[in-house]
Every structure is written in C-alpha cells, then in structure tokens.
Design a protein around this ligand. Structure first.
Ligand code: T4K
Length: 392
C-alpha cells in the first residue's frame, strides 16, 4: 500500500507493481473464438490476398460504422500512404504537429511536405484558425487527426477545405468507436484512416483500414493495396503491398464481437482515474466530449506548475514503480529530426503544441487493467504531490 511519500520507489521503497504496467496493453476478446478462427484459416489454406476472413472483416466494419466501403490494410501507416496517394495530394498538406509521427511520415515518404498547424490546447486537436494561417498556393489538402479518439473540428475543417478547394481526410487511428454529432467516425471527409495496431482500442494485432463513401476512391485504393492488379497478369495502376492477412482479420472479428465489453471496461477505468486525479492540484485529466461516444481508451493527464514535481520527474517516478507512463507525442513532430531541419522556426506557430507537449502524461489503460491497479497508480501520483517540499 502506498500511504505516505516514504512508500514511493524513488524514496527507496520497493516498486508498487512487481510487473510492468503498459500504456498500450492490448484489448483481447475471447481466446477460444480466436483460436477457432485461426484453425479455420489453416483449414482454408488461404492465408492472405483478400481471403474470406478479410472479406468478412471488411463487411462487418463497414456495417458497424455505417459506411459504404472498408478497405482493410496491413497497418495504419500504409493505409494513410495509400489514401494520400489515391486522393492525389501533392505539394503541401496541413497536419497537426501534435500527433504520432506516422501522420507526417506518410506524407513526407511520398515527397509531400507536411505543414504543421497548431492545436486547441483544450482538445489537443487542430485549431481551424491555425490551419487557415498555414495555407499557401502549394497546399492541396488537410489531414485532421482525431487525437485520443476525440473528433477533430470536422465541420470547421470541411468549410476551410471547401473555401480553398482542398481535399480533407482524417487520421482516425485513435477513433474507432467515436462519434461526431452522434455519427460514427469513419464516414467524414474524403476518407478516414484507422489503425488497428495492438495498442489501439480495437486491434487486429497489426492492421488498419480506409473507410469511405466514395466508390471511385475505394476502387483505386483496392487496386493500390494489391500492386495495382486487376485480375491475373494485368496491372492497371501503380501500387504496393498493403494487404491485411487472414490471421489479423481473425483477431479483428474476434475483438469486434467483444467490443461492448471492452469499451465498458475502458470507460469505467477512465472514470476511476478521473475521479481520483481531478482532486489533486496541478493535474488535469483530458476529458472526452460529453455528448459523443468514445472508447475511453486513452487516459491523458496534464501536469502544471502547481503540482510540484515536473512532468519528467513524474514520468521517472512512475517508471520506478513499474508504471510505464508515456509522454506521447512529445516533443511534437516538428521537433523530430526529419522535420526540425526543414522547419527551424515552426515552433513560433506551434505554441499550444509546445505547451501541451511539456505537460502531458499518458497513463496505463486498457480493458485488462484492474481498478485496484488504477487506484494504486493514483495513490502514487497523490504521494508525489504530497512528497513535494513546497506543499508540506
Ligand atoms: N496515426 C496515429 C495518430 C497513430 O497513433 C498511429 C499509431 C498511426 C497513425 C500509425 O498506425 P500503425 O501504422 O501503427 O497501425 C505505438 C504503436 O506502435 C503505434 O501504432 C501507435 N500509433 C503509437 C501511438 O504507439 P510505440 O513506438 O510507442 O510502441 P511501443 O512498442 O513503445 O508500445 C507502446 C506500449 O504498449 C509499451 O509500453 C508496450 C505496450 N505493448 C505494446 C505492444 C505492441 C504491449 O503491452 N503489448 C503489445 O503487444 O508506438
């Protein structure tokens, strides 16, 4: 039990947890059902290349989201790259800097310049006014990111795109299970791109998908995902290998069956964290839009000067307890090596991103995390506050 600052590992006590707690612990559905599906894959002797599991997975995802097309892919990054190419984006594309590096890389990898726009510090999502400021004659598109599963300001971004003749798509890597104005994420913009990586609320181990209501775009992406083949021996489009394998689709179908259960657990866990942490001075818990649905998969807190220990000291203290909290997405894409040389002065336009990046801590979560562990993590954070000389 952690009842006093002297019980903390940084003060010489044993760690609060004997095993490491992870931010990205996978949510996993029924093991038996998964193994049965894997047996089916082996019996089928069809392991990849648009097999029956992938086709069923695509049908079920499209129906679940209420969108015409779901094109399953091997991961979210390749799905982003294919969507960007299928949309014909070139020149400059506006993205937030406060996102996982894959959003920027998917553009840069294709010779497109990611132009970083600032965020709204209350939601961590793109600030539409900041997007306007970054438009130049070379801009061809905007990629909004629904960070932490909270929808980007879709209507505002759509108006800007419309006004300036830009293509709008979304990186929905975090947003499976989220809504915007009560409608499922997955059907906005030209297309939306999901990641189903192991660490995501809904996972296929590795995997991703693009969803869209645009028939032509869907056809192009299906070709591009499979080297551009239309039938045997006939390549009609440039392409790559973006295919999802059957084993991943089997995981996806299994997890889809368990979605309600998983999200109920993550929602409850988020609530326990929130209640315990809100009472501690200097800590704020990033909330989710109250009228919208969300997987509540991410527990993101910000630490300000009233807390005492700095954010980095908190991370170090949590790691000493085997609580592997992260500072996603510090320091921001614009400060990562491939981009900081390109945009040495980007920071001037990205002050909210910078401020948030210095404060954020992402805490362990996931449906398998026990509420008692959450209470213990919160006790550690509380004792870090009380242990600070300034508060005694
Ligand atoms: N756009 C956005 C906004 C994204 O967040 C991402 C991915 C993408 C695009 C690209 O989608 P993908 O191409 O990945 O489908 C992880 C994930 O690899 C990445 O998918 C994710 N975002 C990102 C936010 O997190 P790392 O480098 O931080 O992963 P790693 O290995 O440090 O793992 C995170 C934590 O999870 C660790 O504490 C270990 C734990 N973990 C991880 C795995 C894989 C487990 O407990 N079990 C596991 O199976 O990037």
């Amino acid at each position: 039990r952690i009842n006093d600052p002297s019980d903390l590992a940084i003060n010489g006590a044993p760690p609060a947890f004997s095993e490491r707690l992870h931010v990205g612990r996978p949510n996993i559905g029924n093991h038996e059902a998964f193994l049965q599906r894997i047996a089916q894959v082996l019996d089928n002797q069809w392991l990849t290349n648009n097999g029956p599991m992938v086709q069923e997975f695509e049908r079920r995802i499209a129906a679940h989201l209420g969108v015409k097309h779901c094109i399953a892919m091997c991961n979210g990054t390749i799905a982003l790259e294919i969507a960007i190419r299928a949309l014909g984006l070139t020149g400059e594309v506006i993205v937030p800097s406060w996102t996982f590096i894959a959003t920027a890389h998917a553009l840069y990898w294709q010779g497109i310049t990611p132009v970083f726009a600032d965020i709204d510090p209350a939601t961590h999502n793109l600030d539409p006014e900041a997007v306007r400021r970054m438009i130049t004659p070379r801009t061809t598109g905007i990629i909004g990111v629904h960070l932490w599963g909270r929808a980007a300001p879709i209507d505002e971004l759509q108006s800007i795109a419309h006004e300036h003749g830009l293509k709008l798509m979304f990186d929905a890597a975090h947003a499976f299970g989220s809504t915007y104005h009560g409608q499922n994420i997955g059907r906005f913009g030209e297309c939306e791109v999901f990641s189903f990586h192991a660490t995501k609320a809904f996972n296929t181990m590795e995997g991703g998908a693009v969803t869209t209501n645009n028939d032509e775009l869907a056809d192009a992406m299906r070709l591009m995902r499979n080297f551009g083949f239309k039938g045997y021996d006939n390549v009609i489009h440039p392409g790559t290998n973006g295919k999802m394998i059957e084993a991943c689709a089997a995981m996806g179908l299994t997890n889809l069956d368990a979605l309600e259960e998983m999200f109920t657990a993550t929602r409850l866990n988020y609530g326990i964290y929130r209640e315990a942490l809100m009472a501690i001075p200097g800590i704020s818990v990033l909330d989710y839009a109250p009228k919208e649905q969300n997987s509540h998969h991410y527990v993101v807190i910000e630490i300000d000067e009233h807390f005492g220990p700095t954010r980095d000291e908190v991370i170090a203290a949590l790691h000493a307890e085997n609580i592997l909290a992260r500072k996603y997405f510090w320091p921001g894409c614009h400060k990562m090596k491939p981009y900081r040389d390109l945009f040495p002065h980007a920071g001037l336009m990205l002050q909210n991103s910078h401020k948030v990046s210095e404060r954020v801590v992402v805490l362990p979560a996931g449906s398998s995390l026990h509420p008692d562990s959450i209470k213990q993590i919160c006790r550690v954070i509380e004792m870090l506050y009380h242990g600070n000389r300034n508060h005694q």
